[in-house]
Ligand binder design. Structure first.
Ligand code: MG
Ligand code: MG
Length: 255
């Protein structure tokens, strides 16, 4: 396992990719409302990429696969956890909608995700969204030089479980930089004090994926969409983070 350390200049370049990613996410979120289809949301993100001459990191991923990802963003609704393929699905009032997006710009990748409620959502959904987003920020706070990746994973798991929810076991965060998925894999569960030591110049995506029911998942026939096996609500928040001597910097911050 090789964790690539980035220079100040490389982190600056990543920030540019990350901010285009944020612009795409924002534009998509502004359009989420009852009646819109998930394919229309995908088109919104595509326009932001085109405007900047940026490439969508998800489209065609992974290269050489039998089932390359066919869209720009992933849209995962309600019991869909991650990797929902945009299409004819119509968003309705009360849905919770996760948008994940990746940008390639001048050789670097930005990766972030957000989950939003559509109109009036249930109390349980509100609590789930809040706990998932807050778990992300707890994980980021723990991402300081000289701590270990296990400390980050453990912090996220602990926070989520304290709220009565479950983290997914099979999917997690990851190093990010010139490639969307670099070492290390960063599970949303783990043991404090375990794993590699965090160092300045490391850049990675943290992404709590939280399930209100059982953590058992399955993948739909489309080869991508990951759903909660019990059909209960799921949420997902993600930021790309750079570790500096002064602490973690969120490169995908919504300014
Ligand atoms: Mg992502
Ligand atoms: Mg990611």
């Amino acid at each position: 396992m090789t964790i690539r350390i980035k220079s100040r200049r490389e982190i600056d370049a990543m920030r540019d990719a990350c901010q285009i990613n944020v612009e795409a996410l924002r534009a998509v979120c502004a359009e989420i409302r009852p009646g819109i289809t998930t394919a229309e949301l995908d088109a919104v993100a595509r326009r932001v990429f085109d405007k900047h001459g940026a490439e969508p990191a998800f489209l065609g991923y992974p290269p050489g696969s039998r089932y390359p990802y066919p869209a720009v963003i992933t849209v995962s609704v309600n019991e869909e956890l991650v990797h929902g393929i945009p299409g004819t699905r119509v968003i309705v009032e009360g849905d919770i909608v996760s948008i994940d997006c990746g940008t390639v710009y001048r050789g670097f990748v930005g990766d972030s995700a957000v989950t939003v409620g559509v109109g009036a959502i249930s109390e349980e959904a509100k609590t789930l969204l809040r706990a998932t987003e807050e778990a992300l920020y707890k994980g980021i706070e723990a991402s300081v030089a000289r701590k270990r990746f296990g400390d980050v994973s453990h912090t996220i798991q602990d926070f989520v479980e304290a709220h009565g929810f479950n983290v997914v076991l099979e999917y997690g965060g990851h190093g990010v930089g010139r490639d969307m998925h670099e070492d290390p894999h960063i599970p949303n569960w783990g043991k404090a004090g375990s794993g590699r030591r965090i160092r300045p110049g490391m850049t990675f995506a943290l992404e709590p994926m939280v399930m209100s029911g059982s953590p058992k998942t399955r993948v739909l026939d489309d080869h991508w969409t990951v759903v909660a096996d019990d059909g209960k609500l799921c949420a997902h928040f993600e930021h790309t983070v750079a570790v500096t001597e002064n602490g973690p910097e969120i490169l995908t911050k919504w300014e």
